[in-house]
Design a protein around this ligand. Structure first.
Ligand SMILES: Cc1cc2nc3c(=O)[nH]c(=O)nc-3n(C[C@H](O)[C@H](O)[C@H](O)COP(=O)(O)OP(=O)(O)OC[C@H]3O[C@@H](n4cnc5c(N)ncnc54)[C@H](O)[C@@H]3O)c2cc1C
Length: 554
């Protein structure tokens, strides 16, 4: 009996979606071909599901007769093995509401389990991370950082380049990168799995495990909600009437404003404040808490505040915003802080006060899915909601909102939903990075959190002026703070402010995950002149003053 195979056919000569349509038709006309996936001409390849009786020449000939060139790149047998129970009357094994990172991880896990899954996306496929979040923000941040360091390097004899001024060009490159990654990492990936499909439209839960997309009804075996989050703006008098920018707007501004007020000094607020500051915009940050980066160790927030001030980015903390209003084409923000009144004016206003789960407008109540206090979907440790047939993953279940958490949750939710594997959603220890320059990277407990948990702790703080890599790079901005259990010496938390903090934190993450002591870090070789060596030196700071050590003589 003929088996099914999946064939990847590279296509050359396509220049528009009309071409893609011709190739699709040509391939679908070959005897034994069951399905052809060629989402857009830019994909440059078609995924063909066909009987194993179909030979390469038949596919290549069909494409050539349509006026294009073809090459068979890969052939894989489609395993008929299903690792999940059949659910009577189900049109799909799994329907996923949302087409971001959590949804894709869920769909791929479903496909690996032999299940038929469909992603329903009402907006742009790929969701927040690739379109309006991690990818666009980090590429713009990197552009600003490279030019800033070239211009203000403390190395003598370097040719200084001015801060980047061609915003439109940088934005264009960003848009090209976003669309290439969306295609390569989402559209093409989905197309490569014959059992994953994508539906465009708004999904509405209709009760039980029924779901509607437009006027079409579905009755899948299980449902995963992966609807993400959206900006949350505080109820500041005048704010809604005045209007404001959110992170999405700022990442695509057609031109740079002269000045910008940023409300909120969490990760997104700080990253964007520094980005625009480095593009020459006069930036003022207003933060309600006592310091910027309020979730981090106080030493880190204070030091970063100083570095931003050196770049002429001002921050006012303990800021209570009394009113926002418009003045001409700009904004006026009235603030009281520490008993004093301040008035700030700027051409644009960015609100970066956090994101709330997107959990309204698609019938959660009809399906018996309950929400928590911050509008997050309540899930148990298996990511099952209060409706046993519905699971949830990603930003819609609340903090922490990171793409790597969303992707992990999506895969786990799919496995639990389809196989009742009972896998437990476990986020400890979870590293996080704020992509300022220097970066903030943290894992585990802060000193205050450890004490609040009843632990007796010791801490060590090392300024980067003691780290050879930082000295040689002539960039000693930053510090490393370690928190350890007093008696056992077990590492409980690591908090790093350094140019490469996001890379170094991984070692501390492993150390905490596997219960290592600070002494284990001291006794492990760290190559000289790496930033990771700073972690070892910080661990050594528990025992001695590293100022009195010779280079690499730890
Ligand atoms: C500016 C910014 C920078 C960030 N930087 C980082 C970073 O550097 N590192 C990091 O780890 N994280 C970062 N994040 C966070 C990260 O992007 C998110 O945590 C992650 O993308 C969430 O993925 P998700 O799948 O849960 O939701 P999303 O990717 O938001 O996907 C949800 C999708 O559901 C769709 N949808 C909603 N309702 C319906 C419906 N009823 N029917 C059909 N479709 C629906 C939406 O259109 C959306 O596309 C950043 C976020 C922002 C905003």
């Amino acid at each position: 009996m003929a088996e099914q195979q999946q064939i990847t056919v590279q296509i050359e000569g396509m220049t528009c979606d009309g071409c893609a349509g011709h190739v699709r038709k040509a391939l679908a006309g070959v005897d034994g071909v069951d399905e052809v996936r060629l989402p857009t001409w830019q994909a440059g390849k078609a995924e063909v599901l066909a009987s194993d009786t179909v030979v390469d020449e038949a596919l290549i000939g069909a494409v050539e007769r349509a006026g294009y060139r073809a090459l068979v790149r890969e052939k894989r047998p489609v395993s008929g093995e299903r690792k999940i129970p059949e659910r009577a009357g189900a049109d799909y094994d799994l329907m996923i509401i949302g087409g971001g990172s959590a949804a894709f991880a869920a769909a791929i896990k479903a496909a690996e389990l032999g299940a038929k899954a469909v992603i329903v996306e009402e907006g742009t496929i790929g969701g927040t991370c690739v379109n309006i979040g991690c990818v666009p923000s980090k590429t713009l941040i990197k552009a600003a950082e490279i030019c800033y360091h070239a211009a203000y390097s403390t190395f003598e004899g370097m040719t200084a380049c001015p801060p980047p001024s061609d915003w439109q060009r940088v934005i264009k490159q960003k848009d090209e990168l976003v669309s290439a990654l969306r295609q390569g990492k989402y559209v093409d990936v989905a197309a490569a799995y014959p059992t994953i499909s994508i539906l465009k439209g708004h999904a509405e839960l209709a009760g039980g495990r029924r779901l509607a997309v437009g006027d079409q009804s579905y009755h899948p075996g299980k449902i995963i909600i992966a609807t993400g989050s959206r900006l949350w703006a505080p109820p500041i008098p005048g704010l809604a009437e005045a209007g404001f920018l959110d992170s999405t707007d700022t990442l695509s501004l057609p031109e740079l404003p002269e000045s910008l007020i940023v409300i909120g000094a969490g990760a997104i607020g700080l990253e964007l404040a520094q980005l625009f500051g480095r593009f020459g915009v006069k930036v003022t940050i207003l933060e309600a808490g006592p310091r910027i980066a309020p979730l981090e160790e106080p030493e880190i927030g204070d030091a970063l505040c100083g570095y931003l001030a050196e770049e002429k980015i001002d921050a006012l903390c303990n800021a209570r915003i009394e009113r926002v209003s418009r003045a001409g084409n700009g904004y006026v923000v009235e603030v009281s802080a520490d008993g004093k009144k301040h008035t700030f004016e700027a051409a644009k206003l960015l609100v970066a006060t956090g994101r709330h789960p997107h959990t309204t407008g698609f019938g959660l109540d009809r399906a018996g899915v309950q929400l928590g206090e911050r509008e997050e979907i309540i899930v148990d440790q298996h990511l099952q909601t209060t409706n046993p047939d519905i699971f949830a993953a990603g930003d819609c279940i609340g903090n922490p909102m990171y793409v790597y958490v969303a992707a992990y949750a999506g895969g786990l939710a799919a496995e639990n939903a389809l196989t009742e594997a009972g896998r437990i959603y476990d986020l400890l220890p979870l590293p996080r990075v704020t992509f300022t320059d220097p970066q903030i990277a943290s894992v585990g407990l802060t000193e205050a959190q450890a004490k609040a948990n009843g632990k007796t702790v010791k801490t060590a703080t090392l300024p980067l002026t003691e780290v050879p890599h930082a000295i040689a790079a002539r960039n000693t901005k930053g510090l490393i703070k370690l928190v350890a259990e007093e008696e056992s010496g077990k590492l409980l938390g690591a908090h790093i402010l350094a140019a490469e903090a996001g890379e170094v934190i991984q070692e501390a993450t492993l150390a905490i995950r596997f219960g290592l002591r600070v002494q284990d870090l001291v006794e492990t070789f760290h190559p000289y002149l790496t930033m990771a060596e700073g972690l070892k030196l910080a661990a050594l700071t528990f025992q001695k003053d590293v100022k009195h050590l010779s280079c690499c003589a730890a």
